[in-house]
Design a protein around this ligand. Structure first.
Ligand SMILES: Cc1ncc(COP(=O)(O)O)c(C=O)c1O
Length: 299
């Protein structure tokens, strides 16, 4: 498949308060965000013109920046409005939306107190992360890298720097013929994927790791709300790797991955079945609803 580089496309990108032509959205090479990992970002999806859980994503973006020690110079309402504007400007209704904030070029050293904070928002068409075949279930390698202890990295933020171990783990998985990798936590429990959370099913109940050193996904919280409204018990707990053999179904949740069944983790096989199907259908119905309806059903 021919790759179309992201800098060789047309359209509009919202940048520091206004829409500019896609090809002009260029960053100087001496930007703090590039050298010192001071960028935070979001990944959102618009369905039928509505960005699913937009408010929660904009809020998480603002919080991620605060965790990295800076304030984005736009309010949540302004970010929401800009996100909607950028979709319209690009004539898209079903799209992936990527806001990103970063420290600018005023200083290029570890200390960056006087850098300007920038915010850009782009969007593009992006079908599911795992492609059209995903309902057969994805196959996961076990990553060598682990999610770091929260005192060694800002693990609650969706910070660009946290993705370097994700890319390393995903590349190794792909080289071995897997779709993605499951990462353990620093203390050896089941954590999450490189860009999504994980759920398991046992005796009709859902089990999912406590996000104490990795991202508490907005999709994860949505799945938990959907399960509860169906009377399905959700157990958040530390899950040991050896316990995975006891689970009958497993699936991933995330904005890019949506709800995708898991077929294999390392040597273990799973059979996508009823509970995964039900929650996937509920999620797919929810994302198509008007934002007010979404709030009523999965606040
Ligand atoms: C590392 C990581 N974990 C989990 C998730 C799932 O988060 P969400 O459901 O908010 O998209 C993502 C995707 O943003 C991610 O990149």
């Amino acid at each position: 498949m021919a790759l179309v580089p992201f800098d060789d496309r047309d359209g509009f990108i919202w940048w520091d308060g206004k829409l500019i032509p896609w090809r002009e959205a260029k960053l100087h090479v001496l930007s703090h965000g590039l050298h010192y990992g001071s960028a935070v970002f979001e990944g959102e999806r618009s369905y039928g013109g509505n960005i699913f859980k937009l408010d929660a994503h904009s809020e998480r973006l603002l919080n991620s920046a605060r965790v990295l020690g800076y304030e984005i110079p736009f309010t949540r309402e302004q970010i929401n409005k800009a996100s909607q504007e950028v979709i319209k400007a690009n004539n898209l209704t079903d799209a992936y939306v990527r806001p990103i904030a970063w420290r600018g070029s005023e200083q290029l050293a570890v200390s960056a107190q006087h850098t300007k904070i920038h915010l850009a928002i782009a969007c593009w068409e992006w079908p599911n992360l795992f492609g059209a075949d995903r309902m057969k279930g994805v196959r996961l390698d076990i990553a060598e890298w682990r999610r770091p202890h929260p005192q060694t990295a800002p693990t609650a933020a969706k910070a660009a720097g946290l993705y370097m171990i994700g890319t390393l783990s995903k590349h190794k998985a792909e080289d071995l013929g897997f779709d993605d990798a499951l990462m353990y936590t620093w203390d050896g429990f089941v954590g999450e994927l490189t860009g999504a959370n994980v759920f398991f099913v046992q005796d009709g109940k859902l089990h999912t790791p406590i996000p104490d050193c990795f991202l508490d996904g907005i999709t994860r919280r949505t799945v938990m709300a959907l399960a509860k409204s169906r009377g399905i018990e959700v157990i958040e707990r530390h899950i040991k790797p050896e316990e995975m053999a006891n689970f009958s179904e497993a699936f991933v949740s995330g904005t890019a991955a949506e709800i995708t069944p898991i077929r294999q983790i390392g040597e273990l096989n799973f059979e996508p079945s009823r509970l995964t199907e039900t929650l996937k259908d509920d999620y797919e119905a929810l994302v198509q609803m008007a934002p007010e309806e979404v709030e009523k059903r999965a606040a």
